[in-house]
Write a protein that binds this ligand. Structure first.
Ligand code: HPA
Length: 265
């Protein structure tokens, strides 16, 4: 890990990103707005696991977004790939190690709300971990007992809301429920999720939010809604739909994040 941090620091050429962004399926377009200082495929970074999920590029991109230093992880590894909830631990440790203090997590998700159609963007105000898995299982220090009362940072949330207002992009907010995947949910599971207080469902982000809080980073998160959840329309769900729809809301989310980064202090 030390070697990966040293390699990155040398490639960053003096750039000091305080903001990290994890880009989910089909949300890689934000990378195009970056004045790139360095971009490195995960396969060349020793501490990074390579995702085999189509639609996840798997590269680290660092540069300036609206003049502000930023480091992006385009593509992530999911729990469902190998059954490892801590799959993103080392990449997040690397970001933390080079000085990232503010982490923005993004994903694609299914909506449980009629007023949040595909193409919507939802700020994650809180989450429900429905998998029973936790990336800190096996961690042996007392640091494992991470408080999640304020998992998603209030100041970052306010910055995101302000950026949405300023750019005129509608930003919903709600609770994200983590299912393990890779199969989609059943209609009965979606009815259950709604009763339990979920607004959106997905297969990522929650373990990363837990790991980031463990490392002491502040976290904000947002979902791009790619579909109504199972049973809401009668259509079958598919990864194709996720990939096709992600860029629609993804462009909206990119607009918000560009402004959010520039406005943060
Ligand atoms: N369920 C789980 N994960 C998802 C969905 C969904 O409906 N849409 C995009 N990711």
């Amino acid at each position: 890990m030390r070697a990966t941090i040293d390699l990155l620091v040398s490639k960053l050429d003096g750039l000091l990103p305080r903001h990290g962004i994890v880009l989910g399926s089909g949300l890689g377009s934000l990378v195009e707005a970056v004045d790139v200082v360095t971009r490195i495929p995960y396969s060349e970074l020793e501490a990074f696991p390579v995702s085999a999920v189509s639609g996840h590029a798997g590269e680290l991109v660092a540069g300036r977004l609206n003049g502000v230093p930023v480091i992006m992880l385009s593509g992530r590894v999911h729990y469902y790939e190998k059954g490892d909830a801590a799959a993103m631990r080392r990449p997040l440790e690397v970001l933390h190690g080079i000085g990232v203090t503010h982490l923005i997590l993004t994903n694609s998700a299914g909506s449980l709300r009629e007023d949040m159609p595909p193409g919507s963007v939802m700020r994650i105000s809180d989450h429900i971990n429905f998998t029973g898995r936790n990336p800190l299982i096996g961690e042996e220090t007392d640091a494992r007992f991470v408080g999640l009362t304020n998992a998603y940072d209030a100041d970052m949330a306010a910055d995101m809301e302000r950026a949405a207002m300023k750019t005129g992009v509608l930003l919903k907010n709600g609770v994200y429920m983590w299912f393990s995947g890779p199969s989609f949910e059943t209609p009965a599971e979606i009815r259950m999720a709604r009763v339990m207080g979920a607004d959106a469902v997905g297969m990522s982000t929650v373990p990363e939010a837990i790991l980031a809080r463990f490392l002491g980073m502040k976290v904000a998160a947002a979902s791009v809604i790619t579909n109504y959840a199972a049973g809401m329309t009668g259509n079958e769900l598919s990864h194709h739909e996720t990939k096709d729809m992600a860029p629609v809301g993804g462009a909206r989310l990119a607009t918000i994040l560009k402004d959010m980064i520039a406005g943060e202090h």
